[in-house]
Design a protein around this ligand. Structure first.
Ligand code: HEC
Length: 129
């Protein structure tokens, strides 16, 4: 049931994103900063690690290949942590997402990962190069 709800949310968000023009940027384009990932690490330990060990998101991101990052972010924000969805600020969710990307060894860079839906929808989830 939980998974079905998450999928429904993801589908809704996917419909929304389909109207946004595709941008060639992907997870491989250094879309978050190291500082965000550092901050996200502590948040992840407090709010996510109990249910998702550090290896959890690797296969998950592979399954999401080709989807807009904004959809993934929407699932996180609206349904996680499962015990208290939406409990964190949007910036905190972005930092956690940065940490999740660092766990899968996507490159970090100068540019901060935004919490604005429009810009997250322009980034495509892609397998690591
Ligand atoms: C109380 C347990 C619990 C906590 C805490 C929790 N989750 Fe989850 N999460 C789940 C369950 C259960 C699912 C459904 C999929 C599964 O069974 O693995 C899930 C699924 C997800 C998914 C969708 C994965 C997919 O297959 O598409 C994401 C993204 C996610 N969680 C992120 C987070 C983040 C980020 C946090 C911390 C802010 C968090 N979760 C905290 C239990 C939890």
């Amino acid at each position: 049931m939980k998974t079905a709800r998450i999928l429904a949310i993801a589908l809704l968000a996917a419909c929304f994103s389909a109207s946004v023009l595709a941008d060639p940027r992907t997870l491989n384009d250094a879309i978050y900063t190291e500082a965000q990932a550092d901050n996200g690490e502590g948040l992840y330990k407090t709010h996510c690690l109990a249910c998702h060990d550090k290896k959890y998101f690797r296969p998950v991101l592979k399954r999401w290949n080709g989807q807009p990052l904004g959809v993934f972010y929407t699932v996180m924000v609206t349904s996680m942590p499962e015990s208290n969805p939406g409990a964190l600020s949007l910036d905190e969710y972005s930092d956690i997402l940065a940490y999740i990307l660092s766990l899968s060894r996507y490159p970090s860079g100068e540019e901060e990962l935004a919490s604005a839906m429009e810009s997250l929808h322009e980034i495509t989830i892609a397998n690591r190069k």
